[in-house]
Design a protein around this ligand. Structure first.
Ligand code: ASP
Length: 316
């Protein structure tokens, strides 16, 4: 978390989080999982604070879970839909930031289609900003919820072999996960066709790279599949969806190369029959995909809690 040029702390990416901060967030999130399973889920931690969810790109899971997280902690939560906002009329990102800033929010949760846009916006507001996904750059709360899912299902992260497969090139989820998992001591493999795996990632991030699913999945503890992000592609990166599924879609047959108890993950939304076979995704023993959704609410509660602690202490 950073405090760059703002009296408030932001969560802009995993890159700025230390191992201890990640572990403290996961620990706190673990506690919120239990709260979320009770019938009375409401706390008053953020009472009086205003949270604005500003989404320039559509989202189901992330926006809903940030909304639930804020409400369960007692904040007033406003969802700003870009479709009905001034951005469509040509307002710049900075103007939007300054307009919202004038309404005195305490937390801004921002998703934007451009890498770096959330950090730029954070420099123009006087509240905590959480990056809910910026272009192909980072999606820190997704990596945190993935880590919490792995930790709860496997009891640890250090020493596990995690294969991240599919459209690495366009995936902020991949980038945040690579940073977090390597920081917590996991071994990471990237498995993708050459067109979807930028050259040099092995050296840049200290990971192994593969262009063949069976070789990449060999002995993996965790198999994390990624969505083919066609909305970020200009031109064609795969010959056809059928061929992509044939070589890179997760099927029982390809999964047989991984450990017999390997956990299957996907950040959603899933393209069934493109990057993953529906029957594999739906296997309740092997797939952790719905656990990831559940952990998402808890992790976002932990982030909201951590980022507002100084503010709440000052008000007390
Ligand atoms: N929901 C994730 C994201 O916003 C993954 C995806 O869209 O494929 O990056």
């Amino acid at each position: 978390m950073t405090a760059a040029r703002s009296p408030h702390r932001h969560l802009l990416g995993i890159a700025s989080l230390g191992r201890e901060e990640i572990e403290a967030l996961l620990e706190a999130a673990d506690g919120f999982v239990e709260l979320n399973r009770r019938s009375d889920k409401k706390l008053a931690l953020l009472r009086g604070l205003t949270q604005i969810n500003l989404f320039f790109e559509s989202s189901t899971r992330t926006r809903t879970s940030f909304e639930l997280a804020g409400k369960r902690l007692g904040a007033d939560v406003v969802n700003m839909s870009v479709g009905v906002s001034a951005i469509k009329k040509g307002e710049t990102l900075i103007d939007t930031a300054m307009t919202l800033n004038a309404m005195h929010p305490d937390i801004l949760v921002v998703r934007h289609h451009d890498s770096g846009a959330v950090a730029l916006l954070a420099r123009h507001v006087r509240c905590a900003v959480i990056n809910a996904g910026d272009g192909t750059h980072e999606h820190p709360t997704q990596a945190l919820l993935d880590a919490l899912t792995i930790r709860r299902r496997r009891g640890r992260i250090a020493g596990l072999l995690v294969a991240i497969c599919g459209d690495i090139a366009h995936s902020r989820v991949a980038r945040s996960n690579i940073l977090l998992l390597t920081r917590l001591g996991a071994r990471v493999r990237l498995v993708a066709p050459p067109t979807l795996l930028p050259a040099g990632m092995d050296r840049q991030y200290g990971v192994e790279t593969f262009h063949d699913m069976r070789a990449g999945l060999e002995g993996a503890d965790i198999v994390m599949m990624l969505r083919l992000q066609s909305e970020r592609m200009q031109g064609s990166f795969v010959p056809s969806l059928r061929e992509y599924f044939h070589f890179f879609g997760l099927t029982w047959e390809k999964l047989a190369a991984a450990r017999p108890d390997a956990l299957i993950m996907h950040p959603g939304p899933m393209n069934r029959g493109v990057e993953i076979d529906g029957v594999v995704a739906d296997d309740i023993d092997r797939s952790a995909i719905l656990d990831q959704v559940e952990m998402g609410v808890a992790v976002r509660m932990a982030c909201l809690d951590f980022l507002t602690r100084d503010l709440r202490a000052a008000a007390a």
